[in-house]
Design a binder for this molecule. Structure first.
Ligand code: ITT
Length: 206
């Protein structure tokens, strides 16, 4: 049996790493290395104007500084009533040092006059996989929902307490980690990514 391919998960966000590792599961063909703690790599500036550009910037930075294949996601919350904001600005919506709570409180404040029926939104995750300067693939996952008028639930992270899944009538933060990871935007994107990795592996390209 050939050696496992080492793949760096290029994020500095520990909450994301936990979800990604759990979604990817264990596979003898790959050794996934956490971008938080396991290796040293530069924090790239996310100067792109799209999720795809930013995911690729993160993956390229990690791949170049480690010499390994790297996989990164960039995720944004797109609110229809706000023309897709906060989108690529999701992590800094309430300012450079904003906490998760600062960001969702700002969102609730901005949307205070908007009725529930008009509060549709989606999480979009774009995953980019890079080897050195070569982009191997880009895939995405989307989860549709609504923005609540108050935070509910204590699981998850980021905007999860204000993101309602209509058919469950619960926010993402009211779902246990396994429940979120079975339906989420990140799940949908990383399962597609895993299929692509398996194909590349079988072709001997990893
Ligand atoms: P890295 O760039 O190091 O990967 P980040 O926190 O900046 O970490 P993203 O750009 O992908 O990660 O995500 C932007 C923000 O969107 C993130 O800080 C959260 O506030 C929010 N977010 C991302 N994924 C989320 C999720 O699954 N549930 C709720 N909020 C999420």
């Amino acid at each position: 049996m050939s050696e496992a391919s080492k793949i760096v998960i290029a994020t500095h966000n520990e909450d994301k790493v936990k979800e990604i590792i759990s979604i990817l599961g264990s596979d003898d063909r790959f050794e996934f290395i956490s971008g938080v703690g396991d290796i040293d790599w530069d924090e790239p500036e996310e100067v792109g104007t799209t999720l795809e550009e930013n995911a690729t910037i993160k993956a390229k930075t990690a791949s170049k500084s480690t010499g390994m294949v790297a996989i990164a996601d960039d995720t944004g919350l797109e609110v229809d009533a706000l023309d897709g904001l906060p989108g690529v600005h999701s992590s800094r919506y309430a300012g450079d040092d904003a906490t998760y709570e600062d960001n969702y409180r700002k969102l609730l404040g901005v949307m205070v006059e908007i009725p529930l029926i008009e509060r549709s939104a989606r999480f979009r995750t774009v995953v980019s996989c890079v080897s050195g300067n070569d982009n191997l693939f880009v895939v995405e996952g989307v989860l549709n929902g609504y923005i609540t008028d108050e935070p509910l639930g204590e699981h998850g992270f980021g905007y999860d307490p204000v993101f309602l899944i209509p058919h469950l009538q619960r926010t993402l933060a009211q779902l246990k980690p396994d429940e979120k990871n079975a339906i989420s935007h990140r799940y949908l994107a990383f399962r597609k990514a895993l299929k692509k990795l398996v194909s590349l592996y079988k072709e001997g390209l990893l």
